[in-house]
Ligand binder design. Structure first.
Ligand SMILES: NC(=O)C1=CN([C@@H]2O[C@H](COP(=O)(O)OP(=O)(O)OC[C@H]3O[C@@H](n4cnc5c(N)ncnc54)[C@H](OP(=O)(O)O)[C@@H]3O)[C@@H](O)[C@H]2O)C=CC1
Ligand SMILES: CC(C)(CO)C(=O)C(=O)O
Length: 335
């Protein structure tokens, strides 16, 4: 089958490699040294889903009409990426793998004549170097749509599920919020330079991560969100998580870190920072702050995460765990 992947970075590159390995005719878009390497030596995928090198069509933009297109840029790049490829997106199902809450709106705005399908990946993938993607932890992906017609999502899930576990969820908005809770693992690595597993192993940083997750759950609930179950995280479990004593809730990040295995997972936000690229924090913790503001509710921990990630982006200097603990303690003292 002809499949196009726009933004063949950590997630898009992994998906493209898996699809090509299964025999699909895949073309990817990439830029700079990554594009040059894919053209010269292929796209190498390593890690928990096996190792392979795929020789693929690669260009700065799509070159043909595909039967399925996957978009996997960071949230702030998605609109431009869709517009750059609009010639080949009309009437094509487009899966937009993106964390945060905006994927479907962005796809509808930038490519209104495509069948937009939201994608949430729970596997973890690292862009090691141009042409080299390493999947550090396995995990299912979830697809969904905004309206009632989920036929395009089922079609895409059928193709993707043959190469990586993928299913369709009915309540995609709820799924995005569950993923936003999971993505509270992203900010602290970006702030400190540590992996997700190291943050969770650190008692003070684990506490801050747990607090930002609980705050996210509370903000979602006050916005009337019913969480969709992702990776066993159900609505009921998340509600209990936000109500339990803080120390008891710390079990959840521990379970999540264990699931990520022993290969350090930087998370996608730290990867952007290390490459000197803008981070996605405004689409992650920033989305929680905006939703809280809409309900005149505080979201001090998420606001702190946004502030500290932006500070690292502009200064190029990570915070020490003690710095973070002091900033967090000041928040809890102020309440
Ligand atoms: N990495 C992970 O483990 C996971 C990530 N996610 C989510 O998936 C999404 C993608 O993340 P991730 O793969 O990590 O990000 P990456 O930065 O690794 O990959 C994004 C790719 O998109 C490219 N790109 C950006 N703008 C354009 C454009 N206009 N046209 C074509 N290509 C473009 C980038 O190129 P360039 O570098 O040249 O800008 C880059 O290669 C994010 O929303 C992230 O939160 C979800 C689950 C896991
Ligand atoms: C699933 C997870 C947490 C993997 O690291 C992710 O979504 C990300 O890094 O953005």
């Amino acid at each position: 089958m002809r499949i196009g992947v726009i933004g063949a970075g950590a997630v898009g590159g992994a998906v493209a490699g898996l699809l090509a390995r299964a025999g699909h005719d895949v073309e990817v878009t990439a830029r700079g040294a990554h594009l040059d390497t894919i053209r010269a030596s292929g796209l190498a995928i390593t890690g928990v889903w096996g190792d392979s090198i795929s020789r693929l069509r690669a260009a700065a933009t799509l070159t043909r009409v595909n039967e399925l297109v996957i978009v996997a840029t960071k949230a702030h790049d998605a609109e431009q990426a869709l517009r750059d490829n609009i010639t080949y997106l009309r009437n094509v199902p487009v899966v937009i793998f993106q964390n945060g809450l905006d994927s479907l709106e962005t796809a509808h705005r930038a490519s209104p004549r495509s069948d937009a399908i939201g994608g949430l990946a729970t596997f973890a993938s690292s862009f090691l170097s141009p042409g080299n993607i390493h999947v550090t932890a396995a995990g299912p992906s979830y697809l969904g749509v905004a309206g009632d017609n989920d036929v395009p999502a089922r079609y895409a899930a059928h193709i993707l599920d043959a190469v990586m576990p993928t299913s369709v969820v009915a309540n995609f908005r709820g799924a995005q919020w569950t993923k936003l809770v999971i993505n509270q693992v992203n900010a602290l690595p970006a702030i400190t330079g540590y992996s997700v597993q190291s943050i969770v192993a650190h008692s003070l940083l684990r506490r801050v991560m747990t607090a930002s997750m609980r705050e996210t759950v509370r903000v979602a609930l006050s916005n009337g969100i019913h969480f969709e179950t992702l990776q066993g995280l159900s609505h009921r479990r998340l509600k209990n998580f936000a109500r339990s004593p803080l120390w008891m809730s710390e079990l959840l990040p521990r379970v999540m870190a264990r699931r990520m295995g022993s290969t350090p997972n930087p998370g996608s936000t730290l990867q952007s920072i290390k490459r000197g690229q803008p981070s996605e924090v405004d689409a992650l913790n920033g989305a929680v702050v905006r939703a809280a503001t809409a309900k005149s509710q505080p979201a001090a921990v998420n606001a702190l995460m946004v502030e500290l990630v932006h500070s690292v982006e502009s200064s190029g200097t990570f915070f020490s765990p003690d710095d973070v603990a002091i900033r967090y303690a000041a928040l809890t003292r102020d309440r």
